[in-house]
Design a protein around this ligand. Structure first.
Ligand SMILES: Cc1cc2nc3c(=O)[nH]c(=O)nc-3n(C[C@H](O)[C@H](O)[C@H](O)COP(=O)(O)O)c2cc1C
Length: 376
């Protein structure tokens, strides 16, 4: 079957939608289907991803709220592309304007509107439920509900990711709703299923007592979106001025290499700056290895982030003095030198020689290599 996914929120920079379409282009052909992801972009392009999978972009305006994205602005061009592709089935993965465009397409293919997200819970209910009832919010959002009802008439199926969403949309008057569980099921992940024993076990794994606070980050979002949320949660608890984060934009340690570190970590640094957190601690280069890796501009990060910049990785005393004197960093962190010099601060002050750490005792259990390096 020739399937076209009209994918309004795809960006090559990453994120949950990218992960989703990558999986679809892998699994679809395995199941005997031909997959085309039709996305807005800065130009017309066909990016082949194997014999039966490709991304086709058609030019559209940039999305002003997030300039890594574009949107479908030309309905005629979208319809012409659908005519040309002659799909057997069309999917729409966003309930906004592109879905209306697809609903209006005159072609014969059946189509499904896939509700990957729940726009009401994600935004409207979350923002307004603290101050008004859900019924009031729904009443005020009547134009959006009308839009959803009209849309549902243009699609053979409105695929809902959870039973709760399906029931809510069906009750709101949408036609053709079907349940196809995806992502996090609100019925499964609910406070009613809280387990005190599991909570205790997780805290014990962190060596913490039962009365400690437990924050679990679960998500399929790209790092630049996930971390500001975690930072917000921590800052709400202890204050932004007491919150810091360590970033290793270019380090390949533990398979963490990014193909485009600036695209992933640049927006994150900007987002962290807006939050006014105390510091970002940067591992410059490959952790414990070469410093001269490219892909991320640490000088730009220093300029952009207004909180304290802590530099790390392979610093000698002279390098650290120079980094502070030249204003490239507010502080320098030492890793290995701290392991092998229990009196590191005194040695640095006195410009005394530093003992070299033995990598053979790194990461090993037991006290050896941790408490047996002598002081001066
Ligand atoms: C034994 C050992 C354990 C480390 N554990 C961590 C860790 O848990 N988290 C982390 O971000 N970095 C960890 N690092 C990396 C150091 O924090 C630091 O980034 C690295 O050693 C480079 O700094 P240096 O050149 O001053 O040693 C570890 C390094 C060593 C040698």
């Amino acid at each position: 079957m020739r399937i076209v996914d009209v994918c309004a929120f795809y960006t090559p920079h990453g994120g949950g939608v990218k992960t989703y379409v990558e999986q679809k282009m892998r699994i679809g052909p395995e199941l005997g289907h031909d997959i085309t992801i039709l996305a807005p972009g800065d130009r017309h392009a066909v990016i082949e991803r194997g014999p039966h999978a490709r991304i086709i972009t058609i030019p559209g305006p940039r999305f002003l709220l997030d300039r890594k994205y574009w949107y479908f602005g030309d309905e005629e061009a979208l319809h012409a592309k659908l005519d040309e592709l002659a799909p057997d089935f069309v999917e729409c993965s966003s309930p906004w304007r592109s879905a209306s465009m697809v609903a209006r397409w005159a072609g014969p293919a059946p189509r499904a509107l896939v509700m990957h997200a729940d726009p009401l819970s994600a935004y409207a209910y979350r923002w307004f439920e603290p101050v008004m009832s859900r019924e009031t919010i729904d009443r005020r959002l009547e134009p959006f509900w009308r839009h959803l009802r009209e849309l549902s008439g243009g699609f053979e199926r409105v695929v809902c990711a959870s039973a709760e969403l399906r029931d809510r949309l069906a009750a709101g008057g949408l036609m053709n709703t079907v349940l196809h569980p995806m992502g996090i099921e609100a019925d499964l992940f609910s406070p009613a299923r809280r387990s005190a024993a599991l909570r205790r076990r997780l805290l014990a794994l962190c060596g913490l007592p039962e009365n400690a606070r437990l924050l679990i980050g679960v998500g399929r979002l790209s790092p630049e979106k996930r971390w500001p949320m975690v930072v917000d949660a921590v800052a709400a608890e202890i204050g932004a001025g007491r919150t810091g984060i360590r970033l290793s934009p270019v380090s390949p340690a533990n398979d963490s290499a990014e193909s485009n570190p600036q695209a992933v970590f640049g927006p994150l640094v900007e987002a962290l700056n807006q939050r006014g957190i105390a510091f970002i601690h940067f591992v410059e280069g490959s952790t414990g290895g070469p410093r001269d890796l490219t892909g991320f501009d640490f000088a730009w990060a220093r300029q952009t982030f207004k909180g304290a910049y802590i530099a790390n990785n392979g610093y000698t005393r002279d390098m650290a003095i120079d980094a502070i004197a030249s204003g490239r960093a507010d502080a320098v962190a030492f890793g290995r030198a701290y392991i092998s010099n229990p009196d590191l601060v005194q040695r640095l002050k006195a410009n005394a020689p530093l003992a070299k750490a033995h990598s053979s005792t790194f990461y090993v259990p037991g006290p050896e290599g941790y408490i047996d390096y002598p002081a001066m």
